[in-house]
Design a binder for this molecule. Structure first.
Ligand code: X8Z
Ligand code: ZN
Length: 581
């Protein structure tokens, strides 16, 4: 049967949309790169302009694409997929051009304010986020930690507040213009299922892992209570937010030395080795690249080394929050980061290269397909690789000596990783639970901050140590809120990375316990991974998942299997304790 004229028209429509989309995406990403690596008024204006053109284009194409809505069953699968992806291709603009320009300017300003934010004392000495984070990570003086925490939250949050309130109105106007009830519902529509089903999926996954989080919280609280006393940390309530070694209490790995289960049995932190061996930013990125190459991937292109921003550029303001780019959607790979020579940043470099190797494997697809199977997949790839940084692997690359192999060493190792990964899980949910409510109008601006802390307490069991007011805006002190980056992706990634790890370890022929597996050097694991990456977003994510793992559901059983030894150990430690908050 000859294709109907509608089918042909739709095919041409999506092909043309893809071409134009590519052109505007590139223009916007070139301008964004310039701005984020060198924040100036001119770069901000150019990024806002390019962002606005992109938004306006997306909005127009989505509206035009409605003409095919009643004829979907006449179209081929590829065209249908692209029409679906167009609908969720990005933030749409409000109809009023003035509002559209205002929205683009706000987005750029909020990101720039965060990038430039500093906390200054009475004498005029200022600290940037990196310096404040170092205090939280290394100081064990609660007053000093609280000052760093409060300085950042007061300064940055308050500077973002009014802009964010207006941003929500305008972004919602854009989402409504193309038929979504609000921005949150639009975000939840990106998972090849209904927004309601997606929300239920996240609840299901959270319920799978919540008992393990509660055990870790219980152990961490007791340790901190012993260290600081009842006046600083109560035995029964939430943990004060400034004591967990991280500005947002999202990962607690810096507390490992305070919580080490079997003191001195084994080393788990490569920071001393990195510093002794004089690792700089380039050497750290090369170490991560080497892992991907060992799986059969290409070395990073020369342009990566010429164009990336690996350290904070002297004399310039820049957005230090790590990110990975394919600036021209053509294997123009780069990372932007202010690398410090420590364990945390070595892991983050693997995370970023995971994005880059996704880009590298799908850059020849139509631009609408140049995305992760879902956004959680994109966030999970580099983390999956970093799970293979086992003690044996680290010894092989000279970053750990005297690898100790016994049950105690396993518990030490697992506790460090749990402080990074299990501690993260509720935070990975909270950021968007809050934003979903905000975008849906369930809370008013006057309630924004209180609602943030209600959710932080409910999910994470943490609380601010000083009173917060309705004029404070603590969510604005977390990068992804002013930068308007959805956050549920990281929650999904923390579940998926263990599922990916389990599948790749099987491909690599590994049969021991999951926490001891490294896929380093396995071409079998590498080719399975590459095959999934190369699919991009061309198929619904369950198919991509199935291709690599044989499973078509996201599933927390892998992360629970992985941490089974620690889970039993924590249950033993917490016996007889009351573990709620
Ligand atoms: O933002 C990131 C990456 C860039 S996509 C560095 N992450 C989240 C965060 O820092 O809050 C990685 C883990 C969670
Ligand atoms: Zn990422």
């Amino acid at each position: 049967m000859a294709p109907s004229s509608t089918a042909e028209e739709a095919r041409q429509f999506v092909a043309k949309a893809d071409d134009e989309f590519r052109r505007l995406l590139i223009a916007s990403s070139v301008a964004e790169w310039a701005k984020q690596t060198d924040i100036t008024t001119e770069h901000e204006a150019a990024a806002a302009k390019a962002g606005e053109e992109l938004m306006t284009f997306i909005t127009r194409v989505i509206k035009e694409s409605r003409k095919f809505a009643s004829a979907l069953d006449q179209l081929d699968a590829d065209t249908r997929r692209k029409l679906h992806l167009i609908k969720i291709a990005g933030q749409p603009a409000p109809d009023d051009p003035k509002q559209s320009a205002e929205l683009a300017a706000l987005a750029t300003e909020m990101d720039a304010i965060y990038g430039k934010s500093k906390v200054c004392d009475a004498a005029g000495a200022c600290k940037d986020l990196g310096a404040l984070e170092d205090i939280l990570a290394t100081s064990r003086n609660p007053a000093e930690q609280l000052a760093a925490w409060q300085g950042w939250h007061d300064t940055t949050g308050r500077a973002e507040r009014d802009k964010f309130v207006r941003f929500v109105e305008l972004a919602n106007a854009g989402a409504r213009g193309i038929g979504f009830p609000d921005v949150g519902a639009m975000w939840r529509s990106g998972y090849d299922m209904s927004p309601e089903d997606f929300q239920a999926e996240t609840d299901r996954l959270w319920n799978q892992v919540k008992p393990l989080y509660s055990q870790l919280h219980c152990y961490a609280r007791r340790t901190l209570n012993k260290k600081y006393g009842d006046k600083v940390v109560s035995k029964t309530g939430p943990i004060p937010a400034h004591l967990l070694g991280n500005m947002w209490a999202q990962s607690w790995d810096y507390l490992y030395p305070d919580m080490e289960p079997y003191h001195g049995v084994s080393k788990v932190d490569v920071t001393p080795a990195l510093q002794q061996q004089k690792y700089d930013a380039v050497k750290m990125v090369k170490a991560a690249e080497n892992f991907f190459v060992s799986l059969g991937m290409n070395p990073l292109p020369d342009s990566f080394w010429e164009r990336s921003m690996l350290v904070k550029p002297p004399g310039k303001e820049a957005v230090c929050h790590a990110s990975a780019w394919d600036v021209t959607y053509a294997n123009d790979l780069r990372i932007k980061m202010c690398i410090k020579p420590n364990h945390e940043d070595l892991v983050t470099i693997h995370h970023e290269l995971g994005h880059n190797y996704y880009f590298a494997n799908y850059y020849n697809l139509p631009v609408l397909y140049q995305q992760g199977a879902n956004d959680g997949f994109h966030e999970a790839i580099g983390d999956t690789i970093a799970l293979s940084m086992t003690p044996d692997y680290l010894a092989k690359v000279g970053l750990l000596d005297n690898v100790v192999k016994n049950d105690k060493a396993v518990i030490n190792q697992q506790l460090r990783l749990a402080l990074e990964k299990i501690a993260f899980l509720p935070f990975g949910l909270v950021v968007d639970r809050w934003r979903w409510d905000v975008f849906a109008g369930k809370v008013t601006p006057a309630q924004y901050n209180q609602h943030w802390w209600d959710l932080r307490k409910q999910y994470q069991g943490i609380a601010p140590a000083v009173a917060r007011a309705a004029t404070d805006f603590d969510p604005g002190a977390k990068y992804h809120v002013p930068a308007n980056v959805p956050y549920t992706r990281y929650f999904l990634a923390h579940i998926l990375q263990f599922q990916f790890h389990r599948a790749l370890c099987k491909k690599a022929g590994f049969t021991g316990s999951l926490n001891d597996c490294s896929i380093f050097g396995s071409k079998e694991a590498g080719s399975a991974l590459k095959a999934m990456l190369a699919m991009g977003a061309s198929r619904p994510w369950p198919e991509a998942l199935k291709a690599m793992t044989g499973e078509s559901q996201m599933d927390a059983s892998a992360i629970l299997d992985y941490f089974a030894p620690l889970s039993a150990w924590l249950a033993e430690q917490n016996k007889g304790q009351s573990c709620s908050w």
